[in-house]
Ligand binder design. Structure first.
Ligand SMILES: [Mn+2]
Length: 328
């Protein structure tokens, strides 16, 4: 049967209902239903499923990339066992906190760190296997820590990588609550990878003193705080001029780390740790387009922290479609 991109979606198991398999798709998305170290609001482990469901409602035309659907976007196999393992570890943490006045026992911390290491190895292996076959790879969280394996894989392929992070948080904590691979430490961990030579964060508006000190001590870590961006815009600067400045710090190979809480909360009502302020949907996509238009290459990306809601899934599915349109 011929595929009709104008018809209602029938291939419900495929992202966007596209007629492709991982073998034929240009972009592979690894769904990672994991939120073990999530500290407050939960539900992001259901994010990947919400995105898959919402993706079937999206019209398959992209004005910047009209043939996008033919290039193919495919989900890697859905790791159901990962969700079970993650949920078990999360329960262990919750029980420890409840039984020990807010303290997580050392044995539990150890077990969780081990579980996170295993996850990272699994993601890295999957990503490397697809990259070796010439695919662009993205991950769909889950909490923000889930992209670490993809970053590690990218570091085996590229020598110098700049990260563009869109996020409400700096995520630069050192082992938050004892967890080496916490969502709050993802950029701290990424920065330790020798191939990561620039980190440019955008939209940050919730960070602690320790994070500010560590970040301000590095000339290759540049933070465009939300408050600063907005002040400059209120005083008449255009987003185009700010976006161009942001992109000018990046090297030629760029990894995009998109935590949806970097957006205004109206676009991510179910995300775990929302903060007022943030970027508009088109404002964020304009920034991504500015990267691509500058001739830089997006070599991998994650969209993380999508909440367990229909609207949350809808926004991320559309973000994914638009980002795919600019990268494949
Ligand atoms: Mn984050």
């Amino acid at each position: 049967m011929e595929f009709d991109p104008n018809a209602a979606s029938v291939l419900k198991s495929n992202l966007f209902g596209l007629p492709c398999s991982p073998e034929t798709a240009a972009l592979i998305i690894i769904p990672i239903p994991w939120e073990v170290t999530t500290s407050s609001g939960t539900g992001t482990s259901n994010g990947p499923l919400r995105v898959l469901e919402a993706s079937h409602q999206i019209d398959l035309y992209d004005s910047l990339n009209p043939g996008l659907w033919k290039k193919g976007i495919s989900s890697d196999q859905f790791p159901i066992d990962l969700k079970t393992k993650g949920d078990d570890l999360q329960d262990l943490i919750k029980r420890s906190i409840a039984n020990h006045e807010g303290i997580v026992e050392d044995a539990v911390v150890k077990k969780v760190n081990k579980g996170c290491e295993k996850l990272n190895d699994w993601v890295k292996d999957r990503a490397l296997a697809w990259m070796a076959r010439g695919k662009l790879v993205g991950t769909l969280g889950g909490d923000h820590s889930t992209c670490f394996g993809l970053l590690c894989a990218a570091c085996e392929v590229y020598e110098e990588i700049s990260i563009l992070q869109i996020d409400a948080h700096a995520d630069f904590r050192v082992a938050y609550q004892g967890f080496n691979y916490s969502h709050a430490s993802i950029m701290y961990n990424a920065w330790k990878l020798p191939q990561i030579d620039k980190l440019v964060s955008v939209g940050v508006r919730d960070y602690c003193e320790e994070e500010a000190k560590t970040m301000h001590g590095h000339e290759n870590i540049i933070c465009y705080y939300d408050q600063k961006i907005k002040s400059e815009m209120f005083e008449g600067k255009t987003w185009k001029s700010i976006a161009t400045k942001i992109v000018s710090h990046l090297g030629k190979d760029v990894y995009l780390s998109f935590d949806v809480d970097g957006l205004s909360r109206s676009f991510c009502p179910g995300t775990g740790t929302p903060v007022p302020g943030g970027l508009e949907y088109e404002q964020a996509l304009f920034l991504v387009k500015t990267i691509v238009d500058s001739g830089r290459k997006i070599i991998g990306f994650d969209i993380s922290e999508t909440g367990d809601g229909t609207w949350d899934g809808n926004v991320t599915a559309r973000l994914l479609w638009r980002i795919a349109g600019m990268t494949i």
